[in-house]
Design a binder for this molecule. Structure first.
Ligand code: ADP
Length: 399
């Protein structure tokens, strides 16, 4: 059975066509510059490629082109679009409305669009893409939506509430939602398989570290707390996002720099983080390259990230009253031995001991990096959000 997985933004549409027999990616690509001009890059499992300028006035033309690329021409992988059984869509914000994967009926799509108030950059684009996809595919092809926030809907109120008047929480829905849920769910399931233990018996801290980073406490297979909040700005320092900051520092800076709320939001999301502190780059690799050249602000940036991750691991071990495993995933978690090694140094009080030599060799492969006598197992687990979206889609259409 073939499932198309879609991750749509306002001007881009990333996709993968996955054959669920063997979970093999047949083709993947990106339609970008939607609404500007248009470009498709498309690659098949056996290395055939398309790189072409197109005209994408809306998401509809982008879907038409991606289907055409899958079916026709040199990089085709199927004979007809009717071979695609369902489409799974990533949606960033499901708020308190969606706590699990669901079929995208017209009502569901309208609700996703309404939630755009809580996720202005993402949800409206998802709704546009869902409507476009429905136009391009026949009505019998189910469209399924998988929410980044859904996994975190199990957090108890004491974890998700902010200290604001309760009436304002009710009126404006301002609370911690958490993100990267699909990734945390995927890697925690992979961990349970690798350890040969039921998720119900595990207390896990999952560190998804990429351009955006979030850390989640998972107990009995359920998210009980997470570092991102109302938006993906909260938590540890990220590529260009500040991470947690005293709200009064935000209002103070806004006044001093004469920034409107939108300008302040853009500042905190795009000009801060690694980029802002280091003055070097938002990219972890470039931070470490600068450190190797003696750059002190790059060193400070790296120190901040490792320190903050340590604090989350410690605090989540405290709230779970124990810890069985730590997961590192995402571009940084999977690849940066420096970040993993720094975080896991001097953590023996918590029962964490890693093999530093082994850690240095691990890049993007599922590996246990803790020592045999470490009480807490530490694993590098490559994430695969697209595959989980495809699995969820298959599960829901097979019901
Ligand atoms: P996103 O959150 O956009 O999905 P990724 O998960 O791809 O981002 O993570 C991007 C980050 O991963 C960048 O900071 C990049 O420097 C880092 N990264 C990727 N590969 C490596 C590597 N080999 N060594 C160190 N860091 C890496």
């Amino acid at each position: 059975m073939l499932i198309l997985v879609v991750n749509a933004g306002s001007s881009s549409l990333k996709y993968q066509l996955i054959d669920m027999d063997g979970e093999k990616v047949l083709a993947k690509g990106n339609c970008d510059r939607i609404g500007i001009d248009g470009h498709i890059s498309h690659k098949t499992h056996d290395g055939r490629q398309i790189n072409e300028d197109c005209s994408f006035p809306t998401h509809t033309e982008a879907f038409e082109k991606l289907v055409d690329s899958l079916v026709n021409g040199e990089a085709a992988v199927i004979d007809s679009m009717s071979e695609i059984s369902a489409v799974g869509h990533r949606v960033v914000q499901g708020a308190e409305v969606f706590s699990e994967t669901t079929i995208a009926t017209d009502e569901v799509i309208d609700k996703i669009d309404e939630l755009a108030e809580l996720a202005p950059v993402h949800n409206h684009a998802h709704a546009l893409a869902l409507r476009a996809c429905k136009k391009v595919f026949s009505e019998d092809v189910p469209q399924v939506v998988v929410f980044d926030t859904a996994f975190h809907q199990t957090m108890p109120p004491k974890a998700y509430m902010y200290g604001i008047p309760y009436g304002d929480y009710e009126k404006y829905h301002v609370r911690k939602y958490g993100f990267h849920g699909t990734s945390h769910r995927f890697v925690s399931a992979a961990l349970s398989k690798a350890m040969g233990k039921d998720l119900k018996d595990l207390k896990i801290v999952s560190c998804h570290l990429g351009n955006g980073s979030s850390i989640t406490a998972i107990e009995n297979g359920k998210s009980i707390d997470t570092s991102m909040g109302f938006t993906p700005l909260d938590g540890v320092i990220m590529g260009t996002r500040s991470g947690a900051i005293d709200a009064s520092a935000v209002t103070y800076l806004a006044k001093k720099m004469n920034l409107s709320p939108d300008e302040m939001s853009s500042y905190l999301n795009k000009q801060c983080g690694f980029l802002g502190v280091s003055d070097v780059s938002s990219d972890n690799r470039e931070i470490y390259a600068a450190i190797n050249n003696g750059d002190e602000k790059a060193q400070l940036t790296a120190d901040m990230l490792r320190y903050e991750i340590k604090k989350y691991i410690g605090s989540y071990a405290a709230v779970m009253n124990g810890l069985d495993a730590v997961i590192f995933t995402g571009g940084i978690g999977e690849n940066s031995w420096e970040v993993r090694g720094g975080v896991c140094t001097n953590m023996d009080y918590l029962g964490i001991k890693i093999d530093f030599d082994l850690n240095k060799t691990v890049r993007g492969t599922l590996t246990k990096i803790s020592t045999p006598d470490s009480k807490v197992e530490v694993w590098v687990i490559p994430t695969n959000e697209e595959l989980l979206i495809a699995r969820d889609t298959l599960a829901i259409i097979s019901k």
